[in-house]
Write a protein that binds this ligand. Sequence first.
Ligand SMILES: [Zn+2]
Length: 241
Amino acid sequence: MLMKADASSQPSPGAPDEGTPVSVRIRERIQAARKRFHANDNIAEFIEPGELESMLDEVEKKMQGVLDSMVIDTASDHNTGNTARRVAKMYVNEVFRGRYVKPPPITEFPNAEHLNELMIVGPITVRSACSHHFCPVIGKLWVGVMPNEHTNVIGLSKYARLAEWVMGRPQIQEEAVVQLADLIMEKTQPDGLALVMEASHYCMAWRGVKDLDSKMINSVMRGVFLKDPALRREFLALLPR
Ligand SMILES: [Zn+2]
């Protein structure tokens, strides 16, 4: 029941400190809890209902300031007239949503069949943006799971949901795969977990060295994948190359 649009002109009744920007209120709560709020941290627990709408308005105003500083005539240029609002929505509601919303609900099932064979899920398409330039990072992810009889089993699509939540933040690929590995370990507690991510970083294609073909590949191994080279080889051999 969030009301759209006029939030800037009509602050919600009873909102605390009307004059304080919503970002300041949220930051103060995070700091009071002594938590981190780096670009790839999720801060959903510190955001109260309705505040994301206010954040959208705040980001729009500041984005308009960026366009003004770049001397773009948004008043008469029909192409950029609504760009500040569009960019704010894209950041807050779409590409960086994984910072602001709670984790996707995951239904876990007991491993009734006592599965204990290597299972591979992928390729899962992953979309993110680098923390350095806010340029897209787009690639593929493979997940290898070695369950044990106590491992919770989650539906295959849930790996994609968890990946989307972690990648939906300004990220650094090496940190993103570690965050995702921690999350999947916590949710399913398998004997082993292996992740491989291969992605194109558009900050290298669009700017910088302007290399269109380079990709970054990295992997994280946990549990039995660390201890058992044969299992690791089996997993890597099964990935389509
Ligand atoms: Zn970059």
